[in-house]
Design a binder for this molecule. Structure first.
Ligand code: GDP
Ligand code: MG
Length: 556
């Protein structure tokens, strides 16, 4: 394929503005997939995406498009819209020369529209504004065009009005891709050079790497090297993604496709790696900036015997989602596990759901926390308000963008849901990290009969220390069964006890309910008690059921 007839582009937008639906129409028009009812959001391949109706992974499809008697190869990447997955968007952008920026004709510009526009703008990509859902009764494309003009400085004449659902004007989008997006600035002469922009682990074939070829060509049987590890491999299979794997003999500069080269370890072909031919070494491509994890949670196997299986599941899944950070951790109560870092709460939920669905793993997840830096000086004497308004920009007479500085801890849990319900769904929200700020925080410890329970230690704002301490003590009291001795539950700041609950001593006699001599029933109950014991963890001399931790950690 001549490079001047290749276009690489991605579809970006706020969540639900119609990216995946437009991708479906583009696949249909070009005959890449057949037009059936079943083929909805075909690029949302993961079970979690289908269940939640959202895209969490960027997906690639190569389309063949006939335009004025010429055949073009269009490489399309559909991206997620939710702020937690913007790492997927920034990676996708680095393999493209242009973007389709979709805006809902009813909702107009939203928070992620802004964020995604700037990602594309900073990467100097051609931006094609597309106004979608013009079939809706309340569609107001006029107003949305004014917003686009004002917010992005793009002439309204460049906007394309479509209905992705009905297919209206979608053909114009393909023409604009060919006319307005430049071909990739690459050459098929010169040495082979490819960027691994996505990677996944296949049980039978090992690592499957998605690559964008930046120079030269590669064919089956070639010896290639991964720049990151310096190891050589033989190419077993390669091809295009249409969007299913479609094996070919070669891949050329400007093409986007997949490659399988007998890599069996998840450390090989990591996202951001460069591949080149063994006999023609090249300098590694810049790769990607590491995503910065902002929400942390402990992950533990339900049973310690599942530890090795869970480890390999986590390794394989993080190959596919390199924005997750992994550290080994262990807890007195839950045994050996990991501390994982995520880009947000939804990201954390999706990751755990994928662990369950794609790897059959069942896990215990502790409550999410955010990182703090403690400075042991009087600077904390400075009282900060919890949110500070920074600036305010009017997008049009009905829409205003306000920037606030917030403690991250205040937004990760339920801020987004609250904002949505308070504004009847009108407000949208995006965030970036503003750095560490001084705050009036203290460490709250929980003691069981005088012993600190480290997984229950939290950092809280001074104003909330008392209520949090009290709530945790009460919940623990409800979840720990009476034992042979009295148990004191205390919430402590430094050496000061701020809340206390007591569980009275009690001999749990499981046979008390058995009248008469039904021996099988007795055996059954004794067995159940033994099983119940197994699920207990000892902290000092206190037996604590595992689910007590989960109950306490799950904030209401
Ligand atoms: P994404 O989150 O940007 O990928 O959005 P989706 O493609 O998943 O679409 C979100 C919702 O909007 C789905 O229920 C679609 O059926 C609907 N939708 C997408 N395009 C249109 C359109 O042109 N008109 C109407 N009425 N609904 C649309
Ligand atoms: Mg989508």
């Amino acid at each position: 394929f001549p490079v001047d007839r290749i276009r690489n582009f991605c579809i970006i937008a706020h969540i639900d503005h119609g990216k995946s639906t437009l991708a479906d129409r583009l696949l249909e028009i070009t005959g890449t997939v057949s037009k059936t009812e079943k083929n909805k959001q075909v690029l949302d391949k993961l079970q979690v995406e289908r269940e939640r109706g959202i895209t969490v992974k960027a997906q690639t499809a190569s389309l063949l498009y006939n335009h004025q008697g010429q055949q073009y190869l269009l490489n399309l990447i559909d991206t997620p819209g939710h702020v937690d997955f913007s790492y997927e968007v920034s990676r996708s952008i680095s393999a493209c020369q242009g973007v389709l920026l979709i805006v809902d004709a009813n909702q107009g510009i939203q928070a992620q529209t802004m964020a995604n526009f700037y990602l594309a703008f900073e990467a100097q990509l051609s931006i094609i504004p597309v106004i979608n859902k013009i079939d809706l009764k309340n569609a107001d494309p006029e107003t949305v065009e004014s917003q686009i003009e004002k917010a992005f400085d793009i002439p309204r004449a460049e906007c394309i009005r479509i209905s992705a659902k009905l297919g209206t004007n979608v053909e114009n989008v393909l023409q604009a891709v060919v006319d307005r997006i430049p071909p990739p600035p690459v050459s098929t002469d010169g040495p082979f050079k490819a960027l691994v922009f996505d990677s996944s682990f296949d049980h039978y074939r090992g690592v499957v790497a998605n690559i964008a070829v930046f120079g030269g060509r590669v064919r089956r049987g070639d010896k290639i090297v991964s720049a990151h590890l310096g190891k050589a491999y033989e190419v077993n299979e390669l091809g295009l993604l249409r969007p299913e794997e479609h094996p070919t003999q070669k891949l050329f500069a400007g093409q986007v496709g997949y490659i399988i080269a007998g890599m069996k370890d998840v450390k090989e072909a990591q996202i951001g790696d460069t591949l080149y031919l063994q006999e023609q070494p090249v300098e590694a491509l810049p790769g990607f900036k590491r995503a910065k994890a902002m929400v942390f949670a402990g992950i533990y196997p339900m049973d310690q015997s599942e530890y090795p299986g869970l480890r390999s599941a986590i390794e394989r899944l993080t190959l596919n989602d390199s924005s997750v950070t992994v550290q080994r951790d262990s807890s007195m109560a839950l045994g050996a596990g990991w501390r994982l870092g995520f880009l947000g709460l939804l990201h954390m939920e999706v990751f755990n759901q994928r662990l369950e669905q794609e790897y059959n793993a069942s896990v215990i997840v502790t409550a999410p926390t955010v990182p703090y830096k403690a400075i042991l000086s009087s600077a904390k004497l400075i009282k900060t308000r919890r949110a500070v308004q920074k600036n305010m920009v009017y997008i049009d007479d009905q829409r205003v963008m306000i920037k606030y500085l917030f403690p991250l801890n205040e937004i990760i849990v339920d801020f987004y849901d609250l904002l949505k319900s308070l504004s009847s769904g009108y407000a949208s929200f995006d965030y970036e990290i503003a750095g560490y700020q001084a705050a009036d925080l203290i460490k709250l410890d929980i003691l069981l009969n005088g012993r600190p329970v480290e997984e229950l230690t939290t950092i809280v704002h001074t104003d909330r220390a008392y209520s949090t301490g009290k709530a945790v003590c009460e919940r623990l009291k409800d979840s720990i069964p009476r034992q042979l001795f009295e148990i004191a539950i205390q919430a402590v700041i430094g050496s000061k006890v701020i809340a206390r609950e007591t569980i009275k001593a009690y001999r749990k006699n499981v046979l008390a309910k058995c009248y008469g001599g039904d021996i099988t029933r007795k055996m059954k109950l004794l067995k159940r008690q033994a099983e119940g014991k197994k699920k207990m963890r000892r902290i000092g001399n206190v037996e604590v059921p595992k689910d007590a931790f989960i109950n306490v950690l799950k904030r209401k």
